[in-house]
Design a protein around this ligand. Structure first.
Ligand SMILES: NC(=O)c1ccc[n+]([C@@H]2O[C@H](COP(=O)([O-])OP(=O)(O)OC[C@H]3O[C@@H](n4cnc5c(N)ncnc54)[C@H](O)[C@@H]3O)[C@@H](O)[C@H]2O)c1
Length: 328
């Protein structure tokens, strides 16, 4: 067994937390030889439910679970953390404007960014899941003085997995056959699942799926609207698949990317692909050592893709504008 690493999870008593914690604790995220300390962060009203979740973690007797600390104190919650998984956020309620939601959640992420900067391990990496995740990530990054921007990520992996699964179904192949699927932009209904660069068994998707109208229409809208479709069917938002997206994102950032492939995650733009510097936008990413990462160069963007990427980036710019007062 290696030395334990510390993972902090906010919103730990929520739906995603209920699926995610057991996968982290069981070794699914960091491997069977990597013990983990869990620091579980909730707001006061969530602490009783969290107590029950901690009991269940105890009752699993996981070989890779070293220690569990439930808390509503941010400094305690992020102490020594190597991975901060920011899942908790306030859901949009009836009558609430997007701008109100951005403001309410933004304040939460200022506090969490500061607490990460003040308490986390020097190698901390932060993945924001709580929505609106790109802009929440932007706010946390800005508040986390001294933590490099390249340690902040927002999750679009669930969208990538959804897109791969749709393409595989249409082509009649297993989802393992689909690679090079990039989600561009915002984790919202403007996101662009890029079929123009994706491959099936190493061949261009557009060579395998000849139904261009489906690719440009139903495919994109199904991926963009999948979250809403799940809420309608299940009466609750996607949770197990979102937790799986978190596991996949962290695994992809901590293990070398397979040759020729990439993964989707929203990162701080340095102006790549004409995306405004400083925005947290989803792009194709690779890592060769599971620590540092780079944006994949030379991915071709045709006119169809350009329009869609620009529309999603425009939304990110508007979100940034709406939270300007929260950024130092
Ligand atoms: N990026 C993605 O792909 C993706 C996918 C699915 C869901 N989400 C988002 O993930 C978030 C969590 O979803 P869920 O279904 O688990 O929601 P949930 O409402 O079941 O749980 C959220 C939990 O967060 C807690 N919380 C609220 N504010 C907090 C704070 N300041 N500090 C710590 N904890 C806090 C709540 O008490 C609650 O237990 C939502 O914002 C949802 O929209 C993102």
């Amino acid at each position: 067994m290696k030395d334990p690493i510390t993972v902090s999870v906010t919103g730990a008593a929520g739906q995603i937390g209920y699926s995610l914690l057991f996968r982290i604790a069981s070794g699914a995220m960091f491997g069977p030889d990597q013990p983990v300390n869990l620091r579980l962060i909730e707001i006061e009203p969530g602490m009783k439910a969290l107590e029950g979740v901690v009991m269940e973690l105890d009752d699993c007797a996981f070989p890779t679970l070293n220690e569990v600390v439930p808390t509503c104190d941010l400094n305690e919650g992020f102490r020594g953390t190597n991975w901060a998984l920011l899942v908790g956020s306030v859901p949009r309620k009836a009558g609430m404007e997007r701008k109100d939601l951005l403001g309410i959640n933004g304040k939460i992420f200022v506090g969490q960014g500061k607490a990460i900067a003040g308490n986390a391990a020097s190698d901390v990496r932060t993945l924001v899941v709580g929505n609106p995740c790109n802009t929440n990530c932007l706010i946390a990054m800005n508040a986390a003085d001294g933590v490099p921007n390249d340690r902040f990520f927002a999750m679009t992996r669930l969208d990538e997995n959804r897109a791969k699964s749709q393409l595989a179904k249409k082509a009649g192949v297993h989802q393992n056959a689909v690679s090079n699927l990039c989600i561009w932009g915002n984790h919202s209904a403007t996101q662009y699942p890029d079929f123009t660069n994706a491959k099936i068994d190493g061949k261009a998707v557009t060579d395998v799926i000849s139904d261009r109208a489906w690719l440009e229409g139903e495919f994109i809208s199904t991926v963009q609207q999948r979250g809403a479709a799940i809420i309608q069917a299940r009466g609750a938002s996607s949770a197990a698949s979102a937790a799986n997206g978190v596991v996949d994102t962290v695994k992809s950032l901590t293990n070398p990317t397979p040759a020729g492939d990439w993964t989707s995650v929203a990162v701080c733009s340095n102006g790549e692909f004409g995306i405004d510097t400083g925005l947290i936008a989803s792009m194709p990413i690779r890592t060769s050592d599971g620590k540092s990462w780079e944006v994949v160069e030379g991915v071709e963007i045709d006119a169809f893709s350009r329009d869609r990427i620009d529309a999603s980036v425009q939304e990110l710019k508007e979100e940034r504008e709406a939270v300007q007062d929260l950024m130092s």
